[in-house]
Design a protein around this ligand. Structure first.
Ligand code: BES
Ligand code: ZN
Length: 423
């Protein structure tokens, strides 16, 4: 757990310069120099050597973002907070709240066999054909409606809902809920960000095919696969397309706050942000920072057992996407990423972030769709509905001889964990 020490300067001062942000401590000298150059008000409120809290003039945020990009290759690289208290609130310890086990092989393999790279590529093409998905633009708002309609088309049974969540900007977050049967109060979140960004703001050309139409299309294919199989989880599953990630994780922070207010028990969160650019030798890279080591170990089991993909570990080095909002709230979160961060897609946040950079296909993202669907089913438990491929209630316990189930369990291993770590 991190504790930030309040600087004497803040205790003595009264007025705020503008907005409270948290930023990597290594970037503080660059931020200070930029603010001095621009004659912008800025105060270092706290710095624990790892993370710093700055109070900075609103008008300086765009310049700071540019500096972070030029000097640190971070595209923003800071988190925006509504209040000083929030910026200072220490990162919560992650309590492991669930036992991770692999015992729903029949349901997982049945759903995974229906996931399709061509459909996934089609969704990336449709999203990236929009002029941009900027959180303040009309096109960004339209993207929310478009996605809600697409997800609604999968919601063929009563109880499954799709909602638009308003955070005060034109773009809305989109939430698809598959209610749990017996443990509905335990919630699993699979998310990605709907917004895109490039120079030019609301009138920019920001296709964001990889960042993050790929993640949203991956979620979309997972939703289609789960619902087409009439999957009925024991725990509640929510698929969330966050608005406004690119401008300080705003959408996910607002969603997390809503969940905290409602005292919702979120037992796990998976973030899919950039899934379709294979920049490295291994397929799936698990980010070790701002994530749960225990849940990451569960993902490793899922990758090995179900996806046929290879994996490695890497780090962002800062709160690079919406998983950090969940981690901050104490929820075990993971961020499986498309490449080593050093070998990332260099075209993100420009008009060149198109599916052409991924050979006009989505075989890489399909691996993440398989991982996400396996995560949803093995954490959500439950069963596929009657009439679906190999589907009957409790098929894992009835359709397969118990000896095979036992063998499968032995092979897959059953992870029971009691402690947590922040990477
Ligand atoms: N998809 C990126 C995050 C990313 C980029 C992760 C490259 C790993 C490698 C995300 O949309 C993004 O741009 N995040 C911002 C930070 C955010 C807090 C504004 C960034 O990376 O600077
Ligand atoms: Zn981005």
């Amino acid at each position: 757990m991190r504790t930030l020490i309040l600087a004497a300067s803040l205790l003595a001062s009264t007025a705020s310069a503008g907005t409270f942000i948290t930023i990597g401590a290594d970037a503080v000298p660059a931020a200070t120099a930029a603010a001095e150059r621009d004659h912008a008000a800025m105060k270092i409120v706290a710095n624990d050597g790892d993370v710093a809290v700055l109070d900075i003039d609103d008008n300086e945020l765009a310049n700071l973002s540019e500096q972070m990009h030029a000097q640190f290759h971070r595209c923003g690289g800071f988190m925006i907070h509504d209040s000083l208290a929030e910026a200072l609130s220490p990162i919560q310890p992650l309590a492991t709240r669930v036992e991770y086990s692999l015992d729903h092989a029949a349901a997982v393999t049945s759903v995974l066999s229906t996931l399709d790279a061509e459909r996934l590529a089609g969704t990336i093409r449709e999203l990236s054909a929009m002029p941009n998905r900027y959180y303040k633009s009309a096109a960004g708002a339209e993207a929310s409606n478009w996605l809600a309609e697409r997800w609604r088309s999968f919601a063929t049974r009563p109880g499954v809902t799709v909602q638009l969540v308003d955070h005060g900007y034109p773009q809305k977050s989109v939430v698809l809920t598959i209610p749990g049967t017996t443990r509905a109060d335990e919630v699993i979140v699979l998310g990605g960000h709907l917004d895109s960004i490039a120079m030019g703001g609301i009138s920019s050309n920001a296709p964001g095919a990889d960042d993050d139409a790929s993640g949203i299309a991956t979620l979309t294919e997972i939703a289609r696969g789960l619902l087409a199989a009439d999957y009925r989880p024991e725990r509640t599953i929510k698929l969330i397309a966050y608005e406004a990630e690119e401008v300080g994780l705003r959408g996910s922070q607002a969603i997390v706050k809503d969940f905290q207010r409602a005292q919702t028990n979120v037992v796990g969160a998976l973030q899919l942000d950039m899934t379709n650019f294979k920049g490295s030798d291994k397929d799936i890279w698990l980010m070790k920072d701002f994530t749960s080591a225990d849940q990451n170990a569960f993902l490793v089991k899922l990758i090995d057992t179900y996806t046929g993909a290879t994996y490695g570990f890497d780090a962002c080095g800062y709160a690079c996407s919406d998983h950090a909002s969940w981690t901050k709230a104490g929820v075990p979160a993971s961020m499986p990423f498309e490449s080593r961060s050093k070998q990332m897609n260099k075209h993100i946040h420009t008009g060149r972030d198109t599916i052409a950079q991924s050979n006009n296909e989505a075989s890489h993202a399909l691996k993440f769709a398989k991982l996400g669907a396996a995560y949803a089913i093995e954490l959500g438990k439950g069963s596929l509905g009657k009439g679906s491929l190999g589907g009957d209630r409790d098929q894992d316990h009835h359709d397969i001889p118990w000896q095979l189930v036992a063998l499968g369990l032995l092979a897959a291993g059953s992870i029971a964990v009691s402690r947590r770590t922040i990477g």
